[in-house]
Write a protein that binds this ligand. Structure first.
Ligand code: C5P
Length: 224
């Protein structure tokens, strides 16, 4: 009888897209379904972890036993994550955070004024949630194990390797295959300091179980 590999660990996960408001009724977002992050949350819970899932707007039900915090914008996601990350042992960033947000949000719905003029949107960069967490002292000391995801259209290994180093995280997971948004199947490329290995095409559920096992095997042993 093997004990559950993540028993006693707190796992924090981001999932889904973010929604960046333009005005009270409009905004920009992306096509992330949140399925991979929700699958990781379920697998981590089944592995015995105490799991918090910080979710952007998605149409998915919360896995059993998982705490869920709903957010809309990248800034809200960052705030929710930073409140929980220092006490966590694992952070898995699967969210497709919007790279930019409108520089200003109109307090009231922007109206057509009949002149034919169109609004001009300007953008500012959003915070990089994963890179921010990776700079926490808990992450630097190894007490908080950070995992990032990458979706690339080409040269996945090279980009994943570079991204792992740029974000200063121990494990970067590449989505193999051009379009994984909304799909139920995927294949993953795991890149760490020792090299890379592939988790071949499978359901997101079974890939998440494989990924959770890989993460558990990389955590520092706990003192009894
Ligand atoms: O830089 P890029 O967006 O490709 O990095 C992807 C990884 O970084 C994912 O793990 C994603 O969840 C995370 N990320 C983040 N905050 C951002 C952008 C990406 O946490 N603003």
């Amino acid at each position: 009888f093997a004990p559950k590999p993540l028993a006693g660990r707190k796992v924090l996960i981001t999932a889904g897209p973010t929604f960046e408001a333009i005005d009270p009724v409009r905004g920009i977002t992306n096509l992330s379904s949140g399925k991979m992050g929700f699958a990781v949350a379920r697998a981590a819970r089944e592995a015995g972890a105490e799991v918090t899932l910080v979710a952007g707007p998605v149409h998915l039900s919360t896995p059993r036993g998982v705490q869920r915090v709903n957010v809309q914008s990248a800034q809200q996601m960052l705030a929710a994550v930073m409140a929980l990350a220092p006490a966590s042992s694992v952070f898995v960033a699967t969210a497709a955070v919007a790279d930019w947000r409108p520089a200003t949000q109109a307090g009231e719905k922007i109206k057509k004024d009949g002149s034919g003029q169109t609004p001009v949107l300007t953008f500012v960069e959003n915070p990089d949630i994963l890179a921010t967490v990776a700079q926490l002292p808990e992450a630097q000391s190894g007490a908080l194990y950070c995992v990032g995801f990458a979706a690339e259209s080409h040269d996945l290994l090279a980009h994943a390797t570079a991204k792992r180093l740029r974000k200063k995280i121990p494990l970067l997971v590449g989505n193999i295959g051009p379009a994984t948004f909304g799909q139920d199947d995927n294949a993953l490329l795991l890149v760490d300091e020792n090299g890379h290995r592939e988790l071949p095409l499978a359901s997101k559920r079974s890939l998440a179980q494989g990924l959770v096992a890989e993460i558990a095997a990389r955590l520092p042993a706990r003192r009894a």
